[in-house]
Design a protein around this ligand. Sequence first.
Ligand code: B4P
Length: 187
Amino acid sequence: MRLVLLGPPGSGKGTQATRLKEHLSIAHISTGDLLRAEVAAGTELGKQAKAVMDAGNLVSDDILLGMLESRLGQADVANGFILDGYPRNVAQANALDTLLVKIGQPLDAVVQLDVPTELLVERIAGRAAEQGRADDNPESVRQRLQVYNDQTAPVVDFYAGRGTLARVDGVGELDDVEARIRAAIHG
Ligand code: B4P
């Protein structure tokens, strides 16, 4: 199974990808986690990315593509993968197409998690209180939602236009949301 999980910040992409990874025994590739690991390790890339992430903006397409290409080259991807956080704009969606053709791993499914904005804000505020992630402050959250509407929502239309998109209600208990995703992908 090669799956893309789309959704606004706080929609449960990371949460559900972690669960699906266990169930399907495939790799979970979170571009947000890859970037946070670079920041934590203090690499040059991490230094460049940190300010952009903290402000709630998208890190450059070139950096993301390089990171993704190298991650998709690792052995655990052979059984399949869940992409969580990529693609985030149409240029990234086109780059992903080219990359997946190159490595001979076409997508099986694209799932969009739908959650109303008020609930997204509430969930992220909950995580801010629990985990203190640098980009979970109110100003950055507003910007992340704006970036989502401007740049990532068109990616949903991109996949819908191809007939590969399943929309899933992301509101409710974690088990229920997971069951809906599994039904949508027949996983
Ligand atoms: P991400 O790490 O992808 O952050 P996110 O969009 O907030 O989603 P996340 O997966 O963490 O949260 P989730 O919805 O699971 O990106 C962070 C930053 O990295 C971006 O702003 C950008 O700067 C950069 N970046 C990443 N990818 C990029 C790319 N491709 N191009 C450029 N830049 C990129 O969960 C949120 C909270 O909701 C959690 O606390 C969770 O417990 C809770 N929750 C989830 N499901 C729930 C449910 N059903 N009920 C109640 N609570 C729930």
